[in-house]
Design a protein around this ligand. Structure first.
Ligand code: GRF
Length: 191
C-alpha cells in the first residue's frame, strides 16, 4: 500500500478527481489532504470523504521540520500538489526526491514561474493570441514549475475564446489526466 498526501490551496477540483479515481485502487490511499488556508474548500471535500486534513502554517512548513515529520510519521510516500500556491521547502524536496508531483495549467516551460498561477496564466495566453494551451504534470524541485516534465496535454484555442474559456478547457484536461498520471507514477514505484 502506498500513501499519498495532497496539498491544495483552493477549491480542490483536481484533488477531488484524484480521490474519486483512487477509491477503486486498493494499493494507493489518499491518507492526508493539507492546505495552507483553513477555509479552503478542499478541506471540506476531504472531510466528506473521511480523509484526514491538516492546515499548514508557515512556521511548521518553512521554519522547522515539523510538517515534514508529520508526513513521515503517517508514512506518506508521495506528495501530490493540486493548486498549491506555496513553494515547497528544501527539506521536503530532499526527503521526497522525485516523489512530489505538480500540475500547471499551461504548456511549460511557457507561462510558468512566479506569479504564473490561476487566471494570470490564461490571461497571458489570451493576450499573446496563442493557438494552443494545455497542462503540464511535472516533478517538483526548488524552483516554481521547473522540475522534469512527465506529461503534457494540449487543447486548441479558438479566436473567440476568452481567458475563462481557456481556463475551462485546460481544467477539463487536468481532470481527465491528473488522476491517471498520479496513479501511474505511484504504481510504477510499487512494482
Ligand atoms: C489548476 O488549474 C492547477 O493546474 C493549478 O491550480 C488549479 C487548481 O484548481 N495548479 P483546483 O483547486 O484543483 O480546482
Amino acid at each position: 500500500m502506498k500513501r499519498i498526501a495532497i496539498f491544495a490551496s483552493g477549491t480542490g477540483s483536481n484533488a477531488r478527481k484524484i480521490v474519486e479515481h483512487l477509491e477503486d485502487n486498493k494499493q494507493i490511499e489518499v491518507a492526508l489532504i493539507a492546505s495552507n488556508r483553513k477555509s479552503a474548500k478542499v478541506l471540506d471535500m476531504a472531510m466528506k470523504f473521511g480523509i484526514d486534513t491538516k492546515v499548514i502554517t508557515r512556521q511548521d512548513f518553512y521554519e522547522s521540520d515539523r510538517f515534514l515529520n508529520t508526513l513521515k510519521n503517517i508514512e506518506i510516500d508521495w506528495v501530490v500538489l493540486a493548486g498549491f500556491l506555496w513553494l515547497v521547502p528544501s527539506n521536503l524536496i530532499s526527503s521526497y526526491s522525485n516523489r512530489i508531483v505538480n500540475i500547471h495549467p499551461a504548456l511549460l516551460p511557457a507561462y510558468g514561474g512566479k506569479g504564473m498561477y490561476g487566471m494570470n496564466v490564461h490571461r497571458a495566453v489570451k493576450e499573446n493570441k496563442e493557438k494552443t494551451s494545455g497542462m503540464t504534470i511535472h516533478l517538483v524541485n526548488e524552483h516554481y514549475d521547473e522540475g522534469a516534465i512527465i506529461f503534457q496535454g494540449s487543447t486548441d484555442i479558438e479566436v473567440n475564446d476568452t481567458a475563462e474559456d481557456i481556463a475551462a478547457k485546460v481544467l477539463k484536461l487536468e481532470h481527465e489526466y491528473y488522476p491517471r498520471v498520479v496513479e501511474g507514477l505511484v504504481m510504477a514505484q510499487t512494482k
